[in-house]
Design a protein around this ligand. Structure first.
Ligand code: 7PJ
Length: 261
């Protein structure tokens, strides 16, 4: 899953046109690199990020969804807002990727009344404050309980099991150690009857371990994605599609030869 951010940077000249064009071009480039899914997001969920209004998020995301859906790619939209979910699915999105696990008003119904897939993610707290004091008694069990509870809630609302994937939310209200404890236990989550998605690309915990700034986390991110996949993750959400693909090719080639003597 390749990441397509539609968040205007401070240098853009007002209006979203430049941002839009860049996002579409970036999505097409990720497809050429070998992405199977594009994850399009207009809300910054970095720790401490300001909230985005419904109108602004629609304005950012919809033109990019419409344009990239034409490419035939599987389109995922990273949103928590029911209105954005409905509009995106109407415009051709196949998956709703919700860091708030369909807990915002109307979100569960918005997905249930379609046949879109959904990713339900665990987060402790809210983006603005989640890194202040992450606190768990039993990290793995608590995250698992939350994910199972949300998956069953979704199934009860009419979202078939086959439409659901789960994500333990690397970087969302967890310490560096807790993030890597979750990564280490990916195989534990992978035994659940839902595919697992893992997103750790360029995150601050990758920086904390490697001592690298956000633009120098390629090796750390690719290694993390490979470890997640080897432990049973079905989808990895990444910025660097080509590099991640290379790592997976080496893994796959090795697996293919491993049964020979
Ligand atoms: C994730 C996400 C993640 C899922 C973001 C960033 C923050 N969705 N959206 N999982 N992260 N499912 O990329 O740094 O880990 S936004």
């Amino acid at each position: 899953m390749g990441i397509v951010n539609v968040t205007p940077d401070s240098f853009s000249d007002g209006g979203n046109y430049a941002t839009e064009k860049q996002a579409v071009a970036h999505g097409l480039a990720l497809l050429r690199e070998g992405a199977d899914i594009l994850d399009i997001g207009g809300e910054s969920t970095r720790p401490g990020a300001a909230p985005v209004s419904e109108a602004e998020e629609l304005d950012r995301v919809m033109p990019v969804v419409q344009e990239l859906a034409k490419s035939g790619a599987i389109i995922s939209v990273d949103t928590s807002k029911a209105v954005v979910m409905k509009e995106a699915i109407k415009a051709g999105a196949h998956i709703i990727n919700d860091i708030r696990a369909l807990q915002e008003p109307g979100a569960l119904e918005a997905v249930a009344e379609t046949d879109a897939g959904v990713c339900l993610m665990h987060m402790q707290g809210a983006p603005a404050t989640m890194q202040n004091n992450p606190n768990y008694r039993h990290l793995i069990e608590e995250v698992e309980q939350f994910l199972i509870q949300q998956a069953l809630r979704a199934e009860k609302a009419g979202i078939a099991r086959e439409r659901i994937c789960l994500d333990y939310g690397f970087g969302f209200g967890k310490t560096v150690e807790q993030n890597f404890e979750l990564l280490a236990h990916t195989n534990y989550f992978a035994r659940l009857p839902y595919p697992i998605l893992v997103g750790l690309s360029r995150k601050s915990s990758i920086g904390a371990v490697t001592g690298r700034g956000v633009h120098d986390r390629l090796v750390g991110s690719v290694t993390g994605a490979l470890l997640a996949a080897q432990r049973g993750a079905s989808i990895v959400r990444v910025h660097d599609v080509a590099a991640t693909r290379d790592a997976f090719k080496i893994w796959l080639m090795t697996e293919n030869q491993s049964h020979k003597d």
